[in-house]
Design a protein around this ligand. Structure first.
Ligand SMILES: NC(=O)c1ccc[n+]([C@@H]2O[C@H](COP(=O)([O-])OP(=O)(O)OC[C@H]3O[C@@H](n4cnc5c(N)ncnc54)[C@H](OP(=O)(O)O)[C@@H]3O)[C@@H](O)[C@H]2O)c1
Length: 225
């Protein structure tokens, strides 16, 4: 287990991706706070996830309180509300690591790559926050469906992008805690590639009628970080 991190806040943690990550981290022994706008929905998600994980280490709070109570904050909300959610918790995440999982999908054509004008949704958040928050992009290619299925390891690697190498290393550790292989993939602007890949994976899901196509990096020994 990551020794540097004990409590993680997952904003939007009642949703598909956030609840899957929360479940896996709780099972790995970390404490997780689900951030939510809706206490009843969050309480229900908490009960279900704790039962699935066999723990009592998942709790809930509003997004701002969750962010204030954790050293690492994970953003798992739809792209349309990514910036507004970050604005809401801005004071609470100063000096911390923000792991942003956002993919800038533009419904209804989610299987088409449509990156924002700035190139990457996550890089835009790093620009918005400035150097006070270390933004790390990760998990864009990890299907929620696979995270939820505890009977199987998650068959997908993780590209980790961010301008701060030490912060990337911590996020790689968190991915490894749940059995994922994760890799330093360069500065936060490189998140554009991971964000774009998700639309390709959605194409593959549709074409090959599967619930969760993923990616694998080859040519790097498992022991290398
Ligand atoms: N689903 C996947 O397989 C997957 C894979 C990789 C990355 N991602 C990325 O992860 C993020 C979340 O995806 P998801 O599929 O988990 O989304 P989701 O289930 O639709 O939504 C996640 C949570 O966001 C909050 N939310 C929804 N609308 C909101 C609004 N208008 N304002 C504030 N909060 C709102 C909700 O939490 P409360 O109602 O509790 O506040 C909701 O449970 C997205 O950026 C997505 O691109 C998803």
């Amino acid at each position: 287990m990551s020794t540097l991190v004990q409590t993680i806040a997952v904003l939007g943690g009642t949703g598909a991706e956030g609840s899957g990550l929360a479940l896996r981290w709780a099972r790995a022994g970390l404490r997780v706070i689900l951030g939510s706008r809706n206490p009843e929905k969050a309480a229900k998600a908490c009960r279900e996830l704790n039962a699935l994980a066999g723990t009592d280490s998942i709790s809930f709070a509003d997004n701002r309180s969750a962010a204030a109570a954790a050293a690492i904050v994970v953003l798992t909300v739809p792209h349309q509300v990514q910036r507004a959610t970050v604005e809401e918790v801005r004071d609470a995440i100063a000096g911390k690591i923000l792991i942003d999982t956002t993919v800038p999908l533009v419904p209804p054509k989610v299987a088409r790559v449509q990156l924002p004008a700035g190139g990457s949704a996550v890089a835009e958040v790093q620009r918005m926050l400035g150097a006070t928050v270390r933004v790390v992009s990760a998990f864009q290619n990890v299907p929620a469906h696979n995270l939820r299925d505890l009977d199987h390891p998650v068959d997908c690697d993780v590209l980790v992008c961010g301008d701060d190498v030490a912060a990337r290393e911590i996020v790689i550790g968190l991915a490894r805690d749940v059995g994922l292989r994760a890799y330093h993939a360069g500065p936060v602007c490189n998140s554009a590639a991971a964000e774009a890949l998700t639309s390709i994976l959605i194409c593959l899901n549709i074409r090959y009628k599967v619930p969760g196509a993923g990616i694998r990096i080859t040519g790097i020994p498992d022991t290398t970080s």
